[in-house]
Each structure stands twice: as structure tokens, then as C-alpha cells.
Design a protein around this ligand. Sequence first.
Ligand code: 5GP
Ligand code: ZN
Length: 141
Amino acid sequence: MPHPTDGSCIFCKIVAGQIPCFKLLEDDKTIAFMDINPVNPGHALAVAKGHWPTVDVIPADVIAAVAQTAQKVAKAVVSELKPNGVNLIQANGAGAGQSVPHLHIHIMPRQAGDAVSLNWQPKPGDMKEIEAIFKKLKAAL
Ligand code: 5GP
Ligand code: ZN
């Protein structure tokens, strides 16, 4: 089955070969290429070939394939670049910082002391509130 595309989407254009990328690998459901605005050297993206914007609408088999592609790239990043760590980051919606509404996982090499601000300070939650939300979510699963 052909995957959905959106003619105005930059990642659909990359998938279609209409604009260039540094392509790391490709299979029937996914493509991986270097991010052109790297947060750290080696920052890459694992991308679904089809145009599904977010985690809640992409088919399960496609997001599974994107995760597997991200793992392959992460293994190469770890073995070749030897960063202090790697974040896999996947944003959904503008409120989560998503700028390209076409599902992708960032493979982001990290160095101790880099200024990348993804971290938050954990602080204890209200158990009553956690439980109320837990019940709502569990009922939907
Ligand atoms: P998001 O903000 O949606 O999580 O991530 C989108 C990513 O796509 C950004 O890190 C941005 O640098 C990258 N990006 C945007 N346009 C292009 C492009 O034309 N080519 C490549 N290789 N990356 C892009
Ligand atoms: Zn797209």
C-alpha cells in the first residue's frame, strides 16, 4: 500500500528525493538522515516514510520500524562517535517542541556539560492526583 504524503512537508520531500539529505539508511518504512541543525555533532533523525504527524495517529508497525531504525543509527553513533550519552527524542505537537509535523525520532549524541536543555528536576508528585490520572488512562487502555 502506498504511504500517505503531504506535498508541503519538508520530510515528505526528502523521502521523495526532491530535496537532498545525508542519507544514513533506508528501508521500506523508514529513512534516516543527518539533522541539518545539529544540537551536537552526529545529531540524526529516524523518519517514517509516510506522512503521519504524531505518535497517536501513526500505525503501530511503522512506529516500531522507526524505533528500530533509530536503534541502528544510535549503535553507529555510540561506536563511532563515543559520546557520553545519547538521547532518543520524539516530539508530538507544537507544545512539545515539534517543528516538523511528520513523525521522527531524534538520535542526539550528548556530552557531559553540553548546554542542551532537555533535563528537568524531578520533584515528588501528589499521589492522589497521580492515581486519578492513572485511573483515567488505564480505563482507556
Ligand atoms: P522537531 O522540532 O520536529 O522535533 O525536529 C525537526 C528537526 O528537523 C529539527 O531538528 C530540524 O533541524 C530538522 N530539519 C528541518 N528541516 C530539515 C531539512 O530540510 N533537512 C534536514 N536534514 N533536517 C531538517
Ligand atoms: Zn511529511
